[in-house]
Design a protein around this ligand. Structure first.
Ligand code: HEC
Length: 164
C-alpha cells in the first residue's frame, strides 16, 4: 500500500475514534447536569480524590447509606409537617434550587457569622416554615443537606459567594 494511502486511512481512524470519545464525554457531562428525578444507581461521576485502596464493602456501604440520606431528604423536601404554616422547602426551592450548597460555609447576616449549610437550613425551618429548630447533625438536617447538595451536583465549589 502506498504511504499516502496508509496515512489517509490512519487519519480516518483517528478522526472516528476522537469524535466517538467526544460524544461520550458530552453525553456524560449532560447526564451529570440533569436535575434529580431519581437517586443514582451508580456512584457519582466526576473527579474524586478518594483512595483507590478503599475496601470495596466500604465503597458499597458509603454509596448505600448516602443514597438513603438523599432519598430521606428528598421526601422531607416536600414535607409540610416540618413546620407549622403548611409550607415545604419545595414551595420556595423547587428541586433544591436557590439553596447554593456549593457556597457553604459562608457568612450570613441573619447569624452575623460564618455558618454551615445545616445551620442555614435550620434558619429556613424556623423562620420560613415556623417549625421547631432541628438538631445539627441529626437525621433531618443531614438528610436535607444531603438532598440539596445532590440536587445541585455539578456546580462548582465557590465558598463564600454571596447569595441568594
Ligand atoms: C417561604 C419560602 C421559603 C421556604 C418555605 C423555605 N425557604 Fe429557604 N430561603 C428562602 C429565602 C427568601 C431565602 C433567602 C434568605 C437568605 O439567603 O438570606 C432562603 C434561603 C435558603 C438557603 C440559603 C441560600 C443561600 O444562597 O445562602 C438555604 C440553604 C435554604 N433556604 C434551604 C431551605 C430549606 C432546606 C427549606 C425547607 C426546610 C427552606 N429553605 C424553606 C425562602 C424559603
Amino acid at each position: 500500500m502506498k504511504a499516502s494511502v496508509k496515512l489517509g486511512l490512519w487519519l480516518v481512524v483517528v478522526a472516528a475514534v476522537s469524535s466517538l470519545s467526544t460524544a461520550a464525554l458530552l453525553q456524560a457531562r449532560d447526564r451529570s447536569r440533569e436535575l434529580p428525578r431519581e437517586v443514582p444507581k451508580s456512584p457519582p461521576r466526576g473527579v474524586h480524590l478518594q483512595s483507590p485502596q478503599l475496601p470495596s464493602d466500604l465503597v458499597v456501604k458509603t454509596h448505600e447509606e448516602t443514597t438513603r440520606a438523599i432519598r430521606r431528604g428528598e421526601r422531607l423536601w416536600s414535607d409540610r409537617s416540618l413546620g407549622s404554616n403548611g409550607q415545604s422547602c419545595n414551595m420556595c426551592h423547587p428541586d433544591g434550587s436557590a439553596t447554593h450548597p456549593e457556597t457553604y460555609p459562608k457568612f450570613k447576616q441573619q447569624y452575623g457569622r460564618v455558618v454551615t449549610a445545616q445551620e442555614f437550613i435550620n434558619w429556613c425551618i424556623v423562620v420560613a416554615l415556623r417549625g421547631p429548630s432541628q438538631e445539627l447533625g441529626g437525621e433531618v438536617l443531614t438528610a436535607l443537606e444531603a438532598y440539596q447538595a445532590y440536587a445541585n451536583r455539578g456546580q462548582e465549589m465557590e465558598i463564600g459567594a454571596a447569595g441568594p
